[in-house]
Write a protein that binds this ligand. Structure first.
Ligand SMILES: NC(=O)c1ccc[n+]([C@@H]2O[C@H](COP(=O)([O-])OP(=O)(O)OC[C@H]3O[C@@H](n4cnc5c(N)ncnc54)[C@H](O)[C@@H]3O)[C@@H](O)[C@H]2O)c1
Length: 330
């Protein structure tokens, strides 16, 4: 069975591609390399193109049985400054891809959604029934696409799984691939960088939240646990799975455990053996104090639970950071 991984030269897509291959699938990557990297696609067939390019996609879609869609812009702050860019890629581009896939006869679709669809929820942990009320254009663009998948499921028999990731982090344990974002906005790579000799100081946004140590709590999920969930999502579709009368499934992917910014800093210090230089600043507007998943549905429907904890995440990210620096310098 062949799978097209859109955005497969990016951080999470490149890990999912390897997990699919380990599970026996044939994998083709499709990416415009706007934020992706050729080296993350090494060892795979990579078709370079945009998801909105129907002519480019057509022959590739004709060769596969299912698609996994990771290709998107994914910076919350940038989406507030430049919503046009986000709606163009994550809505218009994604819809064009969805139509191309449907026209090619594809009926199995796995989508990278996000906990940003929930906005600032009133109740923690967040279940799939928590109202979806995004508070930024990025979250809104992802919610739009979830809605499109639901409508296409009802009307055209498209069967889909939307995976709502919490905070993706960590790297392949082999040190072969890992997180590469430019600019990097995620806490764990920034904390690790702040413990290196010339790395920039880490900015901590707020220490007066109603949390045990005053800093925000997030649910960090290892990228290889996410990758495993994608394989299970696909297998669920292959089994003909679907909740009663519903052809689109949405599940949270998190550990169910929140870690504060200070806990992450301590984990980074443990991994590197050096202090993380940081500056405690003011809160950032729009940051909810706590975002933690209820992941019972993923366990129940996909048989999935996260296997790796914060220490595993941080140590794999540190291994990757060192490997990458050596290879990059070579
Ligand atoms: N990183 C996280 O914590 C997180 C959390 C929730 C959801 N997500 C979602 O997961 C997905 C992957 O995120 P990531 O962190 O791996 O980001 P990434 O930027 O590393 O990967 C995205 C990939 O998609 C490609 N791409 C973007 N637009 C494209 C287009 N129009 N045509 C073809 N290729 C295109 C990029 O070149 C890149 O390789 C995204 O959809 C993101 O919204 C990420």
């Amino acid at each position: 069975m062949a799978i097209l991984v859109l955005g497969g030269a990016g951080y999470i897509g490149s890990h999912a591609a390897r997990a699919l291959r380990r599970s026996g699938y044939e994998v083709v990557l499709y990416d415009n390399l706007s934020t992706g990297f050729r080296r993350l696609a090494q060892g795979f067939e990579l078709v370079e193109g945009d998801i909105a390019d129907e002519a480019k996609l057509r022959p590739v879609l004709a060769r596969v049985d299912a698609v996994m869609h990771f290709a998107a812009h994914a910076y919350v702050g940038e989406s507030v400054e430049n919503p046009r860019k986000y709606f163009r890629n994550n809505v218009l581009g994604a819809l064009s891809l969805l139509n191309s896939a449907l026209d090619a006869g594809i009926r199995r679709f796995v989508f990278s959604s996000t906990c940003a669809v929930y906005g600032i929820p009133e109740q923690i942990p967040i279940t799939e029934q928590t109202p979806r009320e995004p508070v930024n254009p990025y979250g809104a663009s992802k919610l739009f696409f979830e809605n499109a998948l639901e409508a296409y499921g009802r009307s055209y028999g498209l069967r889909s799984v939307s995976l709502r990731y919490f905070n993706a982090a960590g790297a392949a344990e082999s040190g072969e691939i890992g997180e590469l974002h430019d600019p990097e906005t995620h806490l764990i790579p920034l904390a690790l960088a702040a413990s290196t000799e010339n790395g920039p100081e880490l900015q901590v946004y707020g220490s007066d939240y109603p949390t045990p140590d005053g800093t925000c709590l997030r649910d960090y999920i290892h990228v290889n646990d996410l990758a495993d969930a994608h394989v299970r999502g696909l297998q669920y579709l292959e089994r003909g799975g679907g909740e009663k009368g519903d052809d689109s499934l949405a599940v949270n992917l998190g550990t169910g455990r929140g870690h504060s910014v200070l806990e992450v800093i301590h984990a980074a210090e443990n991994a590197t053996g050096r202090p993380v230089r940081r500056k405690i600043g003011l809160r950032r507007p729009g940051d909810p104090p706590v975002l933690v998943a209820d992941s019972a549905k993923a366990q129940r429907v996909l048989g999935w639970t996260a296997k790796r904890n914060l220490a595993d995440i941080v140590s794999s990210a540190w291994t990757w950071m060192q490997e990458n620096r050596v290879r990059h310098a070579a």
